[in-house]
Design a protein around this ligand. Structure first.
Ligand code: GLY
Length: 357
């Protein structure tokens, strides 16, 4: 069997490479030396879950290639995605005297990518950062595209910045150490991509033939996302499609006080909006049963116990609300989704239509 290896260019300004391969972390110093950075300081930001697994590998490699390395570790979990952690990281960058010719490395999953990316965007009004995703979710989605954010009391990701990374180094070996539920959370975002744009990808999940091929899943998702981000870097239009399943998904996360992981919440949100869309005659063909069956087969949730009222309340403080309207992503068929603006007063009946089998 050949070792999977793929490089995808994201053509933003400036553009950057996404490397998807094995042993990328072990060789990150060499890659950065030859492809991106002159000798400089690199502040590696990571969390308490990831640091025992990969921090030494990364710092050894960077040090071997003459980078001056410092490290900052924060408590793992969505509850760390706040101003306190952000302030601590930015103060750390200042204490380490990083300048605009230095670099931050985000070593971890979605929370680490958000925190390190937002800190890099704030510090000195923006310094370079490199994403080193260690979870499926970060690999297929959050490490690419330059969205960085923290959560506010009012909702998830409500304060943040767009700053594209200077590179994404995705080491497939990291997926082997992930707990099954964390791996599945990322798979939910990949199924979302299949529903959005790639019926072939979705069908591969449906018949179970992709579960052993994470490199292929990640490459397909990144290639699609790269195109969307190139056309709409700051989410003025097309990029909103990537929020499929997220209006209800974020509401579930918020209602659970962020104890429901993002990927599992998105899976339920995807199934709920598919049922709503079908019941409200917004689809071109039946989609709900296929999506529900596929997610169920993968052991992902397809519903929630929170009431439609609680979900609508939570969703209406979400950033996707503009004035009196909210934009939903509607799966018209597998591989084709559209944006639909509805008055905020219609959100409750839409969610109600999607709850229940
Ligand atoms: N995760 C959705 C986006 O990057 O736009």
């Amino acid at each position: 069997m050949s070792i999977f290896s793929k490089q995808i260019h994201v053509n933003t300004s400036p553009g950057y490479e996404v490397i998807i391969s094995h042993d990328v972390l072990k060789n990150c110093g060499e890659w950065l030396h030859y492809n991106l950075l002159s000798p400089c300081k690199i502040a590696v930001i990571t969390d308490s879950n990831v640091s025992p697994l990969y921090l030494k590998t990364v710092t050894d490699s960077l040090t071997n290639w003459n980078f001056t390395v410092s490290t900052y570790i924060f408590q793992a979990g969505e509850n760390s995605k706040n101003f306190d952690t952000l302030s601590n990281i930015v103060e750390f960058l200042a204490a380490e005297h990083l300048t605009r010719s230095d670099c931050v490395a985000a070593l971890g999953g979605g929370v680490v990518g958000d925190m390190a990316g937002f800190a890099a965007a704030c510090y000195l009004r923006g310094i370079r950062y490199v994403q080193m995703p260690t979870t499926m979710l970060a690999a297929v989605d959050s490490s690419v595209g330059g969205k960085t954010a923290i959560d506010l009391k009012a909702g998830k990701n409500l304060a943040g910045a767009f700053l594209q990374p200077s590179a994404v180094l995705c080491d497939l070996a990291c997926l082997k150490t992930l707990p099954q539920s964390v791996l599945l959370g990322g798979t939910a975002e990949a199924v979302k991509t299949g529903v959005l744009c790639d019926e072939t990808l979705f069908a591969l999940f449906e018949n179970g033939s992709l579960s052993n091929d994470p490199g292929e899943v990640i490459a397909r998702c990144v290639a699609y996302k790269a195109g969307v981000v190139e056309r709409d870097e700051r989410e003025q239009g097309e990029r909103k499609l990537l929020n499929l399943g997220h209006t209800v998904g974020h509401a579930i996360e918020k209602c659970s006080n962020y104890t429901t992981p993002h990927g599992q919440a998105v899976a339920a949100g995807l199934a709920i909006i598919a049922r709503s869309a079908e019941r409200l005659n917004w689809t071109l063909e039946p989609v709900a049963d296929r999506i529900t069956a596929c997610l169920t087969e993968l052991d992902l949730p397809v519903n929630t116990l929170y009431s439609a009222e609680a979900l609508a309340d939570a969703a209406l403080s979400d950033k996707k609300r503009f004035g009196g309207e909210i934009t939903l992503v509607i799966p018209e068929k597998i591989g084709l989704c559209t944006l639909k603006k509805i008055p905020v007063s219609k959100l409750l009946p839409v969610i109600k239509a999607g709850l229940g089998r």
